[in-house]
Design a protein around this ligand. Structure first.
Ligand code: FAD
Length: 646
């Protein structure tokens, strides 16, 4: 973690200097009349977006929530490895690692052939494949994740707080103006229930859950399978003789249904999902009057011969869920050629069963995809047309999620006989679980070629860093201080692009070498995207952050030979940044060139988007292609445009 760049400040380094333009959150100050971005809903999608946008003091963000205060317990609890990688970029990955339950292994239980009324363990699967991510798959209360995002918002320059007790009722878009064209009607749900206010916004993001009013206001409808399946979920403190209670378990009984067991943070708590009755087509789950008592009884029937003695029901819910999604995630109807003003994210635009544990994860990944794009537009680094890519990229991923979840839900709900051996030596449910691991880890996302994702023409230079896929971190050693670390952890949720330059084996960054020449070109050439897109008053790495990785040990590299762009002077004091140069880890954690299939002779450049996805892999000398890639996305600063025009 780097800080003190702008001078020494005592206290918690996570608390950023307060921005003078921030809003006063007091009862008397009321709601603002205009904001840059209005976010509806304080779930994982909304809070992730607000936390991301809070990193940019120039953006005026308002997040409204119809409930009176923050969530305290319940709902989702699965944090997949991809979300953990994102938490690392937000700065709270280590906190979640410390507090959460780590899913290391999943076990499978089905009816014992010798006595079908009893269940029997049939297999175990390692839950996170070796080197699929440097982060664990964790389980933790959704409310705790909310708190961690709220903490980021509070410590950000604008000290953002949600406006609780306000519900988005409707919105209209005025196509004739660019000045806050979206008018949002909010209704008070608190002490002044029924009062309405309007707020105008440049952009609105509906993170308002499965019954989204924002979705309805832009004419979005969810298509797909309606639920007709009641699910019971309870977080409990209980004793049991079931031996795998501290493992994730998928349990199928012969005739009583299924349970999914998820151990939770703290060592004692665990969650049970109990599949309850199928609903009739016109029936709502509420009409069944199901309670936690029904769930406890069902769990005890399913888990025979084991028993569960519940001491405290911490939270429970009975809900119905379908596999559904909208046609698009913004307000631009098919066939219209304009930039979007309103977006939906998370459950507002796709819903799926809790069985694959994706609800919270995919929702956060939606808004992480949108956050940096909105920031680029407000910072005038990119044209508003960049925002069109949000729906295009995330719709395709949601479709994959809904399809996979559908298939998984079918297999999980199949009677044990049908989910048994299908000719192989492994039960079908276990086999499918293994096949889904990359997907459920959030690691299978692959954005198609576009302005933001290059063609994989040079993929052979880094076979393990797939273009369009998330940057897969690996260990390195930092040259300046011999620090063993993960290369991916240099990326923060700060809206910057990373350019990793991997050196060929003979390259020790002597003057004239490929790395030295690249850094010099980036620092001096008029066509360099670093020069072109960084404003005169910004640090040289404010938009594109160059990092270099060498194959030599740190004893064989001369730090003094490193080019200026790898040791830039930054901040108002002009302090040198010593954290840009790395070498391969020779102390046993693994060789990044080996692990990620990087061409040892030639090396390569890897461009990584602000949301940690690989945008391009290029040869080290491909200056024109590098320049062309950024020219297709970024806008030069206004001063530069004026100079070119004159
Ligand atoms: C009762 C319940 C139980 C669940 N249990 C599980 C589970 O066990 N496992 C699992 O994986 N997933 C579960 N989910 C789903 C999971 O929580 C979601 O997939 C995930 O939270 C999606 O995040 P989101 O931010 O898109 O939406 P949500 O988390 O639903 O957040 C939406 C937020 O918007 C607020 N809101 C709604 N309408 C408005 C409005 N008009 N104006 C302002 N604010 C509004 C809501 O109060 C809420 O805080 C559950 C969901 C619910 C509702």
């Amino acid at each position: 973690m780097q800080y003190y760049l702008e001078g020494f400040r005592s206290g918690d380094p996570d608390v950023r200097e307060a921005a003078p333009c921030r809003r006063e959150y007091s009862g008397l100050s009321g709601l603002p009349e205009k904001v840059d971005v209005l976010i509806a809903g304080c779930g994982p999608a909304g809070l992730c977006l607000a936390a991301q946008l809070s990193q940019f003091p120039e953006i005026d963000v308002m997040i409204v929530e119809r409930k009176p205060g923050p969530m305290e317990k319940g709902q989702a609890d699965g944090v997949n490895t991809r979300s953990m990688e994102m938490f690392q970029a937000f700065g709270f990955g280590e906190k979640v690692k410390r507090e959460s339950y780590w899913v290391n292994q999943t076990t499978f239980w089905t009816p014992d052939p010798a006595n079908p009324a009893h269940i029997k363990r049939i297999g175990r699967v390692q839950d996170v494949a070796d080197d699929s991510s440097e982060m664990p798959h964790t389980l933790i209360n959704q409310a705790r994740i909310h708190e961690l995002f709220l903490d980021i918002m509070r410590k950000a320059p604008r000290r953002i707080e949600p406006d609780y007790g306000w519900s988005v009722q409707d919105l209209t878009i005025d196509p004739t103006t660019e000045d806050h064209p979206v008018t949002v009607t909010l209704e008070n749900t608190g002490v002044n229930a029924g009062d309405t206010k309007t707020v105008r916004a440049n952009y609105v993001v509906g993170c308002d859950g499965a019954r989204s009013n924002v979705r309805k206001a832009i004419g979005g409808t969810l298509h797909g399978d309606a639920a007709h399946q009641a699910w019971g979920v309870m977080d409990i403190l209980a004793n049991t003789d079931f031996p795998d209670i501290r493992q994730k378990c998928i349990v199928a009984s012969a005739s009583e249904g299924n349970v999914l067991i998820l151990p939770r943070e703290g060592g004692y708590l665990f969650r049970m999902y109990v599949e309850l009755d199928k609903l009739n087509p016109d029936e709502r789950v509420a009409s069944r009057n199901l309670t936690s008592e029904h769930m406890i009884a069902a769990a005890n029937r399913i888990m025979k011969p084991y028993t569960v003695d519940v001491k405290q029901v911490v939270w429970w819910s009975v809900y119905e869920i379908g596999h559904r999604m909208t046609d698009r995630f913004d307000d631009v109807p098919e066939g219209q050629d304009r930039d979007p003003r309103v977006f939906t994210a998370g459950d507002a635009c796709h819903t799926h069963s809790p069985k694959a544990g994706q609800g919270m994860n995919v929702s956060m990944q939606d808004s992480f995809n949108l956050g940096w794009k909105l920031a680029h537009v407000f910072q005038k680094r990119a044209a508003p047309s960049l925002l069109r890519s949000y729906s295009a990229e995330r719709w395709a991923e949601a479709k994959r999620l809904v399809d996979t979840d559908h298939q998984w839900a079918r297999i999980m709900s199949a009677p044990p006989g049908e989910s048994e051996l299908d000719g192989s030596d492994m039960p079908r449910i276990q086999k499918q679980f293994i096949e889904n691991l990359e997907f459920t880890g959030g690691l299978a996302v692959e954005y198609a070629p576009s302005a933001l994702t290059g063609e994989a023409t040079h993929q052979a230079l880094a076979t393990g860093l797939g273009v369009g896929r998330r940057f897969h971190s690996a260990p390195v050693v930092r040259l300046s201080d011999a620090m063993q670390m993960q290369l991916g952890h240099v990326a923060q949720a700060d809206g910057r692009w990373r350019l990793y330059a991997f050196a060929g084996s003979a390259d020790g960054s002597a003057p004239g070498s490929a790395i030295h020449s690249l850094a010099d070109w980036l620092a001096t050439d008029a066509a360099s995207p670093v020069l072109k897109y960084t404003r005169a008053d910004e640090d040289i790495d404010a938009v594109i952050d160059l990092r270099a990785v060498f194959q030599q040990t740190f004893e064989d590299l001369a730090y003094e030979q490193m080019p200026a762009l790898l040791k830039p002077l930054k901040g108002k004091l002009g302090l040198q940044d010593h954290e840009k140069v790395f070498c391969v880890d020779h102390k046993g954690m693994g060789d990044i060139f080996e692990m990620r299939g990087i061409d040892r002779t030639q090396g390569c450049m890897v461009i990584v988007r602000p949301d940690q996805y690989v945008a391009h892999v290029l040869p080290l000398g491909a200056y024109d292609a590098l320049a062309a890639f950024f020219d297709g996305i970024l806008l030069p600063p206004a001063a530069e445009v004026a100079r070119l025009r004159s």
